[in-house]
Design a protein around this ligand. Structure first.
Ligand code: NAD
Length: 491
């Protein structure tokens, strides 16, 4: 069994530490043993980052870019290992890990290798007439990062890479359930030439290691991806220290099907967007809102496609749907589905756990859900799609926005004006038209409302890790400056 531990200042640190098991959700069996970081380890990791900062922040953009480009190459060379680790610790199907998680992460590393050389600011100019004003973009400093278990490698890359590209040093705490690929990434970064201490990983649970990091005095910024409830705790801890915060939180994405939509495309798109990563995706389609005329055909079509989804061994390339992350999480999902009928929901398909080891749960469709019902309002984070009908376009957009979340949404229509109206009026960080889920390194990801604030991916995320400094230089060379007379008239 793999034995692993925190990675601090370029070395594995596990002196006499307490350990816990990393469990394969497809079997319930331990696949690795991981030493838990102590409070002293968190301090050491932050100190290592602080020590590494001058060298890394002081490197030229081209030097930083070269190291990150090497990391992208090494990650490509270790793609098989990264896929295997991701499948083992999350239970996700190997096809998803090999075609989405790992190549997407490598592309993102590659993107930030380039972005490191594209610092932006207002043009240097003599705005006052008497001074030259210029903008410096400087690294925020030491960044504390906390990530979830659903896409461990991608979430680490989305946080760590823009921070490194900006010249920051990082301490990341991955989910205690899924630290393996984050640790591999840190090792590869060292091999790529990153200075020791610029990328540290502390392993352990949220309430102790995560809380210690989020509230650490010596970090400059806290960036978090996870649930809305924990995100707010993290923000409070960071606020107590006055640190900059970025939050990527939960979602409850609407999937709006207008009466002129391509129904087959909407049905297929709904199944793919609801079931990706076993529905453990913050942007997953969760609330289908469908025109009355198409409602029955949509429900029947989605149920039929869901019935063909192959649930099973994540290592089998033919498997579509893997298990949920843990027994506790499956219990939560199953409990929400079980309570749905009491609130008016009709379970059309699924709603059961198959008879096999691991924490599998069948694709589930719940129709006729009430607007105030739990499955319609709260994040389920499982392979569950709910459906409601709408009467007219106003009603459709009202329902789409009837949520505290605002991460992602989609509108399905062949009418360009409807599409434009939906993209304008739906409150979300991303609105897809006639698709739902695709992401791309050049474009930002991040929400509004209870889904958080700030951006991952794209040049916008680089901005999160940079400060803006104004340098204003007198160009007159005179002691007696005109503006002094506003303060004192005579010398
Ligand atoms: P979570 O909030 O339970 O945990 C996220 C991380 O926070 C983990 O590393 C955990 O150990 C840590 N943590 C827990 N308690 C903490 C505390 N008190 N102080 C500091 N850290 C603490 O989330 P999860 O169950 O790992 O992931 C699922 C959630 O993540 C869902 O809500 C999902 O929507 C969200 N998510 C959002 C995005 C996005 O981009 N918006 C992406 C992926 C996942």
């Amino acid at each position: 069994m793999t034995v692993t531990a925190s990675w601090i200042a370029g070395a594995s640190v596990a002196d006499g530490a307490e350990t816990h098991h990393i469990i394969d959700p497809a079997t319930g069996r331990a696949v690795a043993e991981c030493a838990l970081a102590s409070p002293a380890d968190v301090d050491a990791a932050v100190a290592a980052a602080r020590a590494a900062l001058p060298e890394w922040a002081g490197a030229t953009p081209a030097e930083r870019s070269a190291v990150l480009a090497t990391l992208a190459r090494l990650a490509g060379e270790h793609a098989e290992q990264l896929v295997a680790e991701e499948v083992r610790q999350t239970g996700k199907p190997v096809r998803l890990a090999a075609e989405f998680d790992v190549p997407g992460s490598i592309d993102n590393i590659d993107f930030f290798a380039g972005a490191a050389r594209h610092l932006e600011g207002k043009a240097t100019a003599e705005y006052s007439g008497d001074h030259t004003s210029s903008i410096r973009r400087e690294a925020v400093g030491v960044v504390a990062t906390i990530t979830p278990w659903n896409y461990p490698l991608q979430m680490a890359v989305w946080k760590v890479l823009p921070a490194l590209a900006a010249g920051c040093a990082v301490v990341i705490k991955p989910s205690e359930l899924t630290p393996l690929t984050t640790l591999t990434l840190a090792r590869l970064a060292r091999e790529a030439g990153l200075p020791d201490g610029a990328f540290n990983v502390v392993t352990g649970a949220g309430p102790d290691v995560g809380a210690a990091l989020a509230g650490h005095r010596e970090v400059d910024m806290v960036t978090f991806t996870g649930s809305t409830a924990v995100g707010r705790t993290v923000m409070a801890a960071a606020a107590a220290q006055g640190h900059r915060v970025q939050l990527e939180l939960g979602g409850k994405a609407p999937f709006v099907v207008f009466d002129d939509a391509d129904l087959d495309a909407a049905i297929q798109g709904a199944v793919a967007a609801a079931l990706i990563n076993t529905g453990q995706d913050c942007t997953a389609a969760t609330r289908a809102i469908v025109a009355t005329d198409l409602y029955d055909d949509f429900v029947a079509g989605v149920a039929e496609v869901m019935g063909k989804v192959v649930v099973g061994d994540p290592d089998d390339p033919d498997t579509d749907l893997g298990p949920l992350i843990s027994a506790a999480h499956r219990e939560k999902v199953a409990g929400m589905v079980a309570r749905a009928p009491a609130e008016g929901g009709r379970v059309v398909t699924g709603g059961v756990a198959p008879e096999r080891p691991g924490w599998f749960y069948l694709p589930t469709l719940i129709a006729d859900v009430a607007e105030q019902s739990e499955v319609y309002r709260d994040e389920i984070f499982g392979p569950v799609l709910t459906v409601r009908a709408f009467t007219d376009d106003d009603d459709a957009l009202r329902q789409a926005n009837d949520t505290e979340y605002g991460l992602a949404a989609s509108a399905w229509t062949r009418d360009v004006y409807r599409a434009q109206r939906a993209s304008r009026e739906i409150k979300a960080g991303c609105v897809w038209i006639n698709d739902h889920i695709p992401i791309i390194s050049e474009m930002p990801h991040g929400g509004v409302g209870a889904s958080g604030f700030g951006k991952d991916m794209s040049d916008y995320s680089l901005e999160e890790y940079l400060t803006v400094k104004h340098v204003m230089s007198d160009i007159t060379g005179v002691a007696d400056k005109a503006w002094h007379r506003t303060v004192f008239a005579k010398r």
